[in-house]
Design a binder for this molecule. Structure first.
Ligand code: ATP
Length: 263
């Protein structure tokens, strides 16, 4: 990996093509994201949203194109140094309630990239973890087994793990999927608050349209491995544009917008 010199963008992707065997997931995607920007990414299933996050995380296999993240030019298999600076939160997963690991220990996992394999966490690391748990409102549950938490609480801990990592880029891949309305709103407010407080460059993949205007500076519409459009939430989240993106009659979009998500 080569650390670049001066760079204006945290993320600079030029014509990226990524394929998994015969499936081409990205067909020539270009995206520039300024430091501290909050970008929402939407599009139907299989559009390539997760794959786009994967290359920002230094993990995808590029067939073609150039990816520069935080001044590092990525080539296949060299993303390790970058990943320490990129936090990733995925959808809530079901966790076995018998899993013998506490909330505080889960958040400490975020430190391991910086600690390396053989160093034990010190006082400073635990302080960072406790600050992160405080920021997400999980201090009172710090000693509880992770599997005993609700989906929304587990997502807060996943965010604390990310913060403990002290990332410069924050990737969120449908973090509110499968949560109830209240938990969704709370997580969204939390993500926004963290963005505002820490100025992290944030990419937020969601099917939750109501989330986008509140949170995002810019929205990117993806379909069939391509970026179809990008702009302000106000300009892009129109019924006509969403109808084209999801191959749906405008009347159907209107109906589903009542339910806020187009998944
Ligand atoms: P969703 O909204 O369903 O999560 P997405 O927009 O995030 O979809 P991706 O997960 O990036 O889309 O997938 C893009 C394409 O790449 C899809 O056709 C998918 O089947 C394929 N794909 C993704 N991951 C893999 C993989 N590990 N192996 C093979 N094909 C994959």
């Amino acid at each position: 990996m080569n650390a670049g010199s001066l760079h204006n963008y945290s993320i600079d992707i030029e014509n990226a093509v990524v394929s998994y065997r015969e499936d081409v997931a990205l067909r020539g995607v270009s995206l520039k994201v300024k430091s501290g920007e909050f970008v929402g990414i939407i599009g139907p299933n299989g559009a390539g949203k997760t794959t786009l996050l994967t290359i920002v995380n230094g993990m995808g296999r590029l067939l073609h194109g150039q990816v520069s993240v935080l001044g590092y030019t990525l080539t296949n298999g060299n993303g390790h140094s970058l990943r320490k600076k990129v936090g990733y939160v995925a959808q809530a997963q079901t966790i076995d309630p018998r899993m013998p690991i506490s909330v505080r220990e889960v958040a400490m996992i975020g430190r391991y990239g910086r600690l390396g394999l053989f160093r034990r966490p010190g006082k400073h690391d635990w302080e960072i973890v406790d600050t992160a748990l405080d920021m997400v409102g999980m201090t009172h549950l710090a000693r509880r087994p992770i599997g005993h938490l609700s989906g929304g609480e587990q997502q807060r801990v996943a965010i604390a793990r990310c913060l403990a990592q002290e990332p410069e880029i924050f990737l969120l891949d449908e973090p509110t999927a499968s949560l109830d309305w209240k938990a969704k709103t709370d997580i969204l407010e939390l993500v926004k608050r963290i963005h505002d407080a820490r100025k992290l460059t944030t990419l937020f993949v969601t099917h939750d349209l109501s989330a986008l205007p509140i949170a995002c500076d810019r929205v990117v519409l993806m379909k069939d491995g391509l970026i179809r459009d990008e702009g302000s939430p106000g300009d892009l989240l129109t019924d006509v544009k969403l109808g084209q993106l999801y191959d749906m009659p405008v009347a159907e979009v209107e109906k589903r917008r009542g339910a806020a998500a187009l998944a």
